[in-house]
Design a protein around this ligand. Structure first.
Ligand code: PRP
Length: 217
């Protein structure tokens, strides 16, 4: 234990982090300091287990993991696909389930069917580009937005959007529908490629412990 180095976890801020901590508790990994909602601290330590945790913006998690500033990251599959970093994706955590979809007003279905040159608004230009160009062989204009993507077809910025659908209520309340499904999404565990070799035993044990509790659910 003495010469063990810290394993560092980068957690995507928000709902994912809360669920991750609950899951980790089930395998005996706790981090009491992190539960304090009012803290401005950025890094939390479990001295006994030689673990460190920090919270980061979702899209930054794969960056920390690729460079080895974090050994392990917990982040949505959407972010993994969009960031395209050199990291290992090792486990589906089974929560944060949702879908990446092409959505718009019902009428926009015709434009998709006829491969029209349409505008696609999205927070995920890489995923949208890959879907339209490499899977559908359809030329489109991708417009990058940073949030409230559903606004775009309503105010006439784009014909469709490429966005996350969870319950579907944002779409419903704005008169939009799912036109095509791009891929299913959920929270994933990612690992730095060097850490996977250097800390193989600890990381493999962590993965197998997590698998056991995930399968119990
Ligand atoms: C996400 C997504 C949709 C909504 C989908 O947005 O971009 O807008 O949630 O959820 P639903 O199907 O359950 O309605 P988020 O709340 O993360 O904020 P954003 O619009 O700023 O991206």
């Amino acid at each position: 234990m003495e010469d063990m180095r810290y394993l560092t976890f980068a957690l995507g801020k928000g709902r994912l982090a809360d669920k991750t901590l609950k899951l980790f508790e089930k395998i005996g990994i706790t981090c009491e300091e992190m539960k304090d909602k009012d803290t401005r601290k950025l890094i939390f330590v479990n001295e006994d287990l030689k673990l460190r945790f920090f919270l980061a913006k979702g899209p930054d998690v794969p960056t920390y993991v690729e460079y080895g500033a974090a050994d392990i990251g917990i982040v949505g599959k959407d972010t993994i696909l969009e960031e395209g970093r050199n990291i290992y994706e090792v486990l589906d955590l089974g929560f944060g389930k949702c879908r990446m979809c092409i959505c718009g007003p019902k009428e926009a279905g015709e434009l998709l069917r006829h491969h029209e040159l349409i505008r696609v608004a999205t927070k995920y230009p890489r995923i949208a580009t890959d879907y339209f160009y490499n899977k559908k062989y359809q030329t489109v204009e991708i417009i990058k937005l940073n949030g409230s993507i559903e606004l775009a077809p309503i105010v006439g910025l784009s014909e469709v959007i490429c966005d996350i659908v969870e319950t579907g209520s944002t779409l419903r309340e704005n008169g939009l529908v799912v036109l095509e499904e791009v891929c299913p999404l959920s929270a994933r565990m990612v690992v730095n490629q060097v850490s996977m070799k250097m800390e193989n035993e600890r990381i493999t044990k962590l993965i197998s412990d997590l698998k056991t509790v995930i399968n119990e659910n």
